[in-house]
Design a protein around this ligand. Structure first.
Ligand code: GUN
Ligand code: FE
Length: 434
């Protein structure tokens, strides 16, 4: 047993966490110990070594690992729920691009990102991989707001040097690349000033292939490799988008090959690709070999009529899969909701597409929304020893019923009805942030 001291934190409550996709651990009225920002264990009886250390008792509330949103767009938060009768490409052109152009105005961005950070803080999400806009100043502001709200986050200034309205499009590959360099330099400066925490990092963010010239992609890939940066983008989301990519990039045999050509399909550059609804076998193989993370965004894929990602296949193949809200392709900010949506669409896939692909289990969905996506951040998303201490306290009294339920049943109902629950406290790497 380790020496316990000032950096020890002990919470008590109903503890639920994933150990693997198949194993959901539930421990009634137990102790969760944090030492130096990391989990030291879950105990039904508190070991002697921790005697005398104050315990924060959350009564009958649930204690779970913080949820991980592996893909969302902060500037799209303001118009969630609009344009939901459109498909992807029309939605981008008619709703998204005109709105994102407004973030050139820093006061507009400040108002929008203040609301975004404040409202996301009230959710069970503790970590996010997030898109800003092409605007470096606005995106730096976003990083600061997320840092102030206590999040762990990768925050990307978006790159777009083609196929966008003039108000949003960067002038050239060089201009876009230079703006990213400026973003990275200022990010480092704000960190040195203590205005952005160590938990918030920049990430290279080419929007998707239709928005980025080959020259720009090559430069960004090289930059990521040289500076040890991660990459986020979109991949094989809709059929129309894929047809557009093959028109624009006839030399690539498939969509993912365009990222691979720029060195952005995983090892040695860690990357997360949103959607992967229509990935071909070669693309799946490439993601597997490169340890690419897939951000599964079931609500967005439904709203934008993109399709259903074959997640059972990805899990069987051993790919890394996490969940994303994809705000505002998705209107809900809840990763609990994404868990439920993932199970629902997997059932439609099973029924309509391939009866050999078993629907996802609740335990698999919970794993994806915590540990699955959390692995992009390191040892994040579980209460196994050594994991970063991201914990969320959930009050589910709004779901109380005449039935008495066990913890697995209670968390299942939270996934399906998160709007009836509230987050009463939140810790990230052992620091209380709510
Ligand atoms: N592909 C390129 N940009 C976007 C975006 O903003 N949202 C979604 N869902 N897909 C995209
Ligand atoms: Fe997206």
């Amino acid at each position: 047993m380790p020496e316990s001291g000032n950096n020890t934190l002990i919470l008590k409550g109903n503890i639920i966490y994933a150990k693997s996709p198949e194993e959901l651990i539930c421990s009634d009225r137990s102790y969760l110990v944090c030492e130096d920002g990391r989990c030291a264990g879950v105990f039904q009886t508190l070991p002697e070594a921790y005697a005398g250390i104050p315990v924060t008792d959350y009564g009958d509330h649930l204690i779970i690992p913080g949820l991980v949103d592996l893909h969302l767009h902060a500037p799209q938060y303001a118009y969630r729920g609009l344009g939901m009768d459109l498909e992807l490409v029309d939605w981008l052109e008619r709703v998204t691009f005109p709105e994102e152009a407004k973030y050139a105005e820093i006061t507009y961005a400040a108002r929008a990102y203040e609301t975004f950070a404040e409202q996301m803080k009230q959710t069970a999400t503790t970590r996010m991989v997030v898109f800003g806009t092409v605007h470096a100043e606005a995106t730096l502001l976003l990083a600061r707001k997320l840092s102030e709200a206590g999040f762990g986050a990768y925050v990307g200034k978006v790159n777009m040097d083609r196929n966008a309205p003039e108000s949003l499009c960067e002038e050239s590959a060089t201009a876009s690349f230079t703006a990213t360099m400026d973003y990275l330099r200022k990010f480092t400066f704000l960190k040195a000033q203590g205005k952005i925490s160590d938990r918030v990092q920049p990430i290279i963010t080419p929007r998707f292939i239709p928005s980025c010239s080959r020259e720009l992609m090559d430069d960004l890939g090289e930059l990521a490799r040289q500076q040890g940066l991660k990459v986020q983008s979109h991949l094989s989301e809709s059929k129309k988008e894929i047809a557009w990519v093959s028109e624009l990039e006839p030399d690539c045999d498939f969509y993912g090959a365009c990222y691979a050509r720029a060195g952005m399909m995983g090892n040695p550059v860690p990357s997360v690709m949103a959607h992967c609804v229509w990935s071909l076998p070669e693309e799946v193989q490439m993601m597997k070999e490169g340890d690419v993370f897939i951000a599964h965004c079931p609500q967005s894929n439904t709203n934008l009529a993109s399709g259903i990602a074959p997640v059972r296949h990805y899990l069987t193949e051993g790919l890394h899969v996490g969940l994303g809200t994809d705000i505002a392709g998705g209107f809900s900010r809840s990763i609990f909701r994404a868990m439920a949506d993932a199970v629902q669409v997997s059932k439609l896939y099973f029924r309509y597409v391939d009866q050999k692909k078993q629907p996802l289990t609740l335990s698999e969905a919970f794993h994806m929304g915590t540990m699955g996506g959390g692995a992009f951040f390191g040892n994040v998303g579980s209460f196994l020893p050594g994991y970063e201490f991201d914990a969320v306290i959930i009050d589910d009294t709004g779901l109380a019923s005449v039935l008495s339920m066990n913890l697995a049943e209670r968390i299942e109902r939270v996934m399906y009805m998160p709007e009836l629950c509230s987050v009463t406290a939140k810790y990230v790497s052992g620091e209380r942030v709510l």
